[in-house]
Design a protein around this ligand. Structure first.
Ligand SMILES: [Zn+2]
Length: 263
């Protein structure tokens, strides 16, 4: 058994018995680690904010390679991001990013680029204008998919490499825009509006924190649905972002608009 230490971001926590807590932490050097924090429910002040969802902290723990749960020894808060998410929309979007990592990544395998991206997007979410939150979440989804080897192709047909259909046809299964011929052979193809395609291309091409400066990406709801359908095709454990469901039913969150043209 080794004593390890790593920076991490808390994705979620749940109770273990009456006094302890299980904390799922995405670690910069180790990937996904599930920690048992003994006594954390009895004396929560011992760990400060370090075990709160979305907190960025430094964790010291006893590690056994074949074990599902590792024993936490010490936790220090580096950035209590969760405590800076002052309203419902910010909290929901930040939870959605944590949820995405939780669904798409598993196992103790380091992925520092993904970790840094999560840190950047969470930090941006504490400061971005509310209207820019959907753009931040979508940019994050696209860039996580890209880092995991599923970057959507927008420059030529994702099926055969031919010239694209002028009808802006996106195939979630093929992983990008397609030509008319491939679209005819692919029943799940979605026709994008011009605004949605422009937004998709923009969010895919810029650093994620810049998305927080695009106060409004047109048709964010349409883009969000296309991206989620795409992710569901390629990541079995992903079933859509539940954290955003409440926001979708509320007006004025830029996710409640119509679906747009689809076929
Ligand atoms: Zn094609």
């Amino acid at each position: 058994m080794a004593l390890l230490r790593s920076e991490g971001i808390v994705l979620r926590t749940y109770a273990l018995g009456d006094t302890s807590r299980i904390v799922v932490v995405f670690m910069r050097d180790l990937g996904m680690v599930r920690l048992v924090a003994k006594g954390a429910r009895k004396t929560p002040q011992r760990f400060g904010y370090a075990l709160e969802p979305m907190s960025h902290g430094r964790y010291v723990f006893y590690h056994k390679p074949d074990r599902d749960l590792q024993l936490l020894s010490q936790a220090d808060t580096l950035n209590p991001i969760g405590s800076k998410l002052a309203d419902l929309a910010r909290l929901a979007h930040a939870q959605a990013t944590a949820e995405l990592i939780d669904r798409l990544v598993w196992g103790e395998e380091p992925h520092p680029e993904l970790f840094d991206l999560l840190g950047q997007v969470l930090d941006a979410m504490t400061r971005a204008p509310i209207a820019a939150l959907p753009a931040l979440t979508i940019a994050f989804e696209l860039q996580v998919a890209s880092l995991l080897g599923y970057r959507p192709r927008l420059d030529a047909c994702a099926g055969c490499g031919a010239a694209l259909s002028p009808r802006r046809l996106f195939s979630p299964a093929r992983g990008g825009l397609v030509c008319d011929r491939c679209a005819a052979a692919e029943p799940g193809t979605i026709q994008l509006s011009a605004d949605a395609l422009a937004g998709l291309a923009l969010l895919l091409s810029r650093p994620v924190e810049q998305a927080g400066q695009f106060v409004e990406v047109k048709r964010a709801g349409e883009i969000q649905r296309v991206v989620e359908t795409f992710l569901m095709h390629h990541f079995q454990r992903f079933r859509g972002l539940r954290s955003l469901e409440l926001l979708r039913s509320m007006p004025g969150t830029a996710l409640d608009e119509d679906l747009g043209p689809s076929s």
